[in-house]
Design a protein around this ligand. Structure first.
Ligand SMILES: [Zn+2]
Length: 201
C-alpha cells in the first residue's frame, strides 16, 4: 500500500521524498486500515453473547451515536449522528453493543443509505424485534468540501421495519424522542432528505 501512496503523491504533483511526506505513506496505510477495520469484524463476536431474553416490550432507544465513515464514491469521510430504536419481542441487545454495531458497519467503504439499512437489518436478524428504526444524519465532505451543497447541508437517511413502518404513532414517538429538528418532516415520509453523496464522478 505504501508504494501506491507514494505513486499517488507523485501523481498529485508532490515530491514524495520531501521531508514532510517521508512518513506519509506509512501513516496513510495505518489510517486507512483502521478506518476500514470493519471488514474484518465478526458481528457475532462483536455482540459476544450480549443478547438477553427479557419480558420487556417498550421502545429501547440509543440516540446520538457518533459515527465516522468513508464514502465509497470519493473515499472521503462522512460523519454525524446515528439514532437506533427497537421494540423487543423476546430478546434485547446489551446497550453498549449498539454503538459497536454502528462502528463496525461505519468502518467500511459505504453509502449512507446502505450503512443505515445494514444496522437495522442486523438488529432484525439477531433479535427479531417487533420493530426496528435507524436514522442517520451526516455531513459528507465529498459534498461540503467540493462545494456541491451548502456547507451546512446534512443528509438524513432512515430504515424502518415492523412496528416503526406500520404504525405511524410508534414512528412519531421515536422521531419526537430523537428530535430531528428541521429534518423531521421529510423523515416522516420515510425517504431520504437528500441522497447521500449524489452520484457524480
Ligand atoms: Zn462521496
Amino acid at each position: 500500500m505504501q508504494d501506491l501512496i507514494r505513486k499517488l503523491l507523485a501523481e498529485l504533483g508532490e515530491d514524495p521524498s520531501r521531508e514532510g511526506l517521508l512518513d506519509t505513506p506509512k501513516r496513510v496505510e495505518k489510517a486507512l486500515k483502521f478506518l476500514t477495520g470493519g471488514y474484518g469484524a465478526d458481528i457475532d463476536q462483536v455482540l459476544n453473547g450480549a443478547l438477553f431474553t427479557v419480558d420487556y416490550s417498550e421502545m429501547v432507544i440509543v440516540k446520538n451515536i457518533d459515527f465516522y465513515s468513508l464514502c465509497e464514491h470519493h473515499l472521503l469521510p462522512f460523519f454525524g449522528k446515528c439514532h437506533v430504536a427497537y421494540i423487543p419481542s423476546t430478546k434485547v441487545i446489551g446497550l453498549s453493543k449498539i454503538p459497536r454495531l454502528v462502528e463496525v458497519f461505519s468502518r467500511r467503504l459505504q453509502v449512507q443509505e446502505r450503512l443505515t439499512s445494514q444496522i437495522a437489518d442486523t438488529i432484525r436478524d439477531k433479535i427479531a424485534p417487533i420493530g426496528v428504526a435507524v436514522v442517520m444524519e451526516a455531513t459528507h465532505l465529498c459534498m461540503s468540501m467540493r462545494g456541491v451543497e451548502k456547507q451546512n447541508s446534512c443528509a438524513v437517511t432512515s430504515a424502518m421495519a415492523g412496528a416503526f413502518r406500520d404504525n405511524a404513532r410508534t414512528r412519531m414517538e421515536f422521531l419526537e424522542l430523537i428530535k430531528l429538528g428541521s429534518a423531521l418532516p421529510t423523515v416522516r415520509e420515510g425517504v431520504a432528505h437528500s441522497m447521500a453523496c449524489v452520484g457524480d464522478s
